[in-house]
Design a protein around this ligand. Structure first.
Ligand SMILES: [Zn+2]
Ligand SMILES: [Zn+2]
Length: 444
């Protein structure tokens, strides 16, 4: 992958050079003079003008070329690469969109490594292109004929899925999108890289803590062995990725895993999901800090910049909306249809099984801890603020909450007290949230 796209081949008409540099008028003039030139190929790589426009992000020229009926959006170059693959490789999102709109096929394989446009987007870390290709697959014939999860887990010539490539190339955003779209976290490669590697092995080799965090949170197995018997920990040590090795060491604290029952709640509201993911990542990053402090490695400040968004949300709430399970965080998630509320961490804990089996995923659906009814939906709590509460909140609550939070996180090896709250649901009783408010006031 990654061959150059300059036109070092004879370009007697100047067409390819004009396309490459986006000279629209010259392209128009050349094609008006001799329309057959639109089928012209570069001598060695057999690129069409469409390939060159796609790779260079020349969206205007690409659009004009596609208007011509004789131009095949899936024309192949010497390596059977389509213009869509080249656009995905170079992160030219407008061209990716336009090609898909023009009917480009996302299910083509090149002859270099047997890879698709999805592999290209994942390998080069263009998450916007990756997302666009996935959404097109979701709505196109691919989903009905192939099934989306089969497409997401599509294999290259040596058994590599897009997730393997994203993990190896240190592309955490792509790792996240792929997992979220149904990529198998435990897939092992055939012959790609070290045979039998899982995405976690490849992330250990690539050395990206962000990728490792994503994979572990999705239930990647630290004890999975590749064909030569190595666990990801050994791979990280071999490639001298010390901080990664510390997190992958089977004897260090288990990460919190995104609960697979949540995947089965049919309408997991996007905002609720974002809140829960945020809570999970915060817990795991605290865990990382603890592990790394003990090993002498430091971790770069987290790439999640939206940490404050949740805090802002919550600080608008009053203390009367304190979570009745942990008495520590504010209610952020509402269970429907019953309407009971709790904080994001307790919601996670409720659904958390530390090690779900990612292949069977046969876990019972979570139920509301207050009334034991089935959870149909989880939504974000809509905050109602009255002026008295607001005052109280502004002056006392955030600090209070912070001190409690840090106290909370320093407890226990899993650094997640919410987990231990699960078995104690019985103690709270099956009354409504209202009843527990009294207890909450006592505690304050
Ligand atoms: Zn709670
Ligand atoms: Zn309920």
């Amino acid at each position: 992958m990654g061959q150059g796209l300059s036109c070092r081949t004879p370009d007697e008409h100047g067409l390819f050079t004009a396309v490459q540099f986006g000279d629209l008028e010259i392209v128009k003039t050349i094609l008006e003079r001799d329309p057959s030139l639109i089928q012209q190929r570069t001598v060695y790589d057999r690129h069409s003008a469409l390939h060159i426009a796609a790779a260079n992000g020349q969206i205007e020229i690409l659009s004009i070329l596609l208007e011509n009926r004789s131009v095949n959006p899936d024309s192949l170059n010497r390596h059977k690469q389509t213009p869509l693959m080249l656009a995905a490789m170079h992160g030219k999102i407008a061209c990716v969109e336009k090609l898909i709109e023009a009917g480009a096929n996302v299910l083509m394989f090149d002859s270099l490594n047997g890879r698709t446009c999805l592999h290209y987007a994942a390998y080069y870390g263009h998450s916007d292109c990756l997302q666009t290709i996935l959404s097109s697959a979701r709505t196109s014939h691919v989903a009905s004929s192939w099934g989306l999860s089969r497409f997401v887990n599509i294999r290259g010539g040596k058994g590599e899925t897009p997730l393997h490539l994203a993990a190896r190339q240190r592309r955490p955003e792509c790792v996240h999108i792929l997992l979220d779209s149904g990529a198998l976290v435990c897939a092992s490669t055939g012959g790609h890289g070290l045979p039998g590697s899982t995405p976690l092995h490849l992330a250990a080799r690539g050395g990206s803590i962000d990728c490792i965090r994503e994979l572990l949170a999705w239930g990647a197995d630290r004890l999975h062995r590749d064909a030569s018997g190595r666990i990801p920990y050994a791979v990280a040590l071999k490639y001298k990725n010390g901080a990664c090795a510390a997190l992958l060491n089977p004897s260090s604290a288990e990460p919190l895993v995104w609960p697979s029952p949540l995947k089965f709640i049919s309408e997991l509201n996007q905002d609720a999901k974002a809140l829960l993911e945020q809570a999970l990542m915060e817990v795991n990053m605290e865990r990382e800090k603890t592990i790394l402090k003990n090993t002498g490695y430091s971790v770069a400040s987290p790439s999640h910049s939206d940490t404050t968004a949740m805090d802002d949300n919550i600080s608008e709430a009053s203390d009367s909306q304190l979570c009745c399970i942990c008495f520590d965080q504010l209610c952020a998630i509402e269970v429907q249809d019953c309407g009971h509320q709790m904080c994001a961490q307790c919601t996670l804990a409720l659904c958390c099984h530390n090690k779900p089996n990612p292949t069977t995923a046969a876990l019972p659906a979570p139920i509301c801890p207050f009334c034991r009814s089935n959870i149909a939906r989880l939504t974000v709590v809509k905050v109602k603020v009255n002026s008295a509460d607001q005052d109280l909140d502004v002056y006392s609550s955030p600090k209070l909450r912070k001190s409690r939070k840090s106290q909370n996180l320093s407890e226990g090896s899993s650094s997640f007290r919410g987990l231990s709250a699960v078995p104690s649901f019985g103690k709270i009783g099956r009354g409504s949230g209202r009843v527990s408010v009294d207890i909450e006031i006592d505690k304050l």
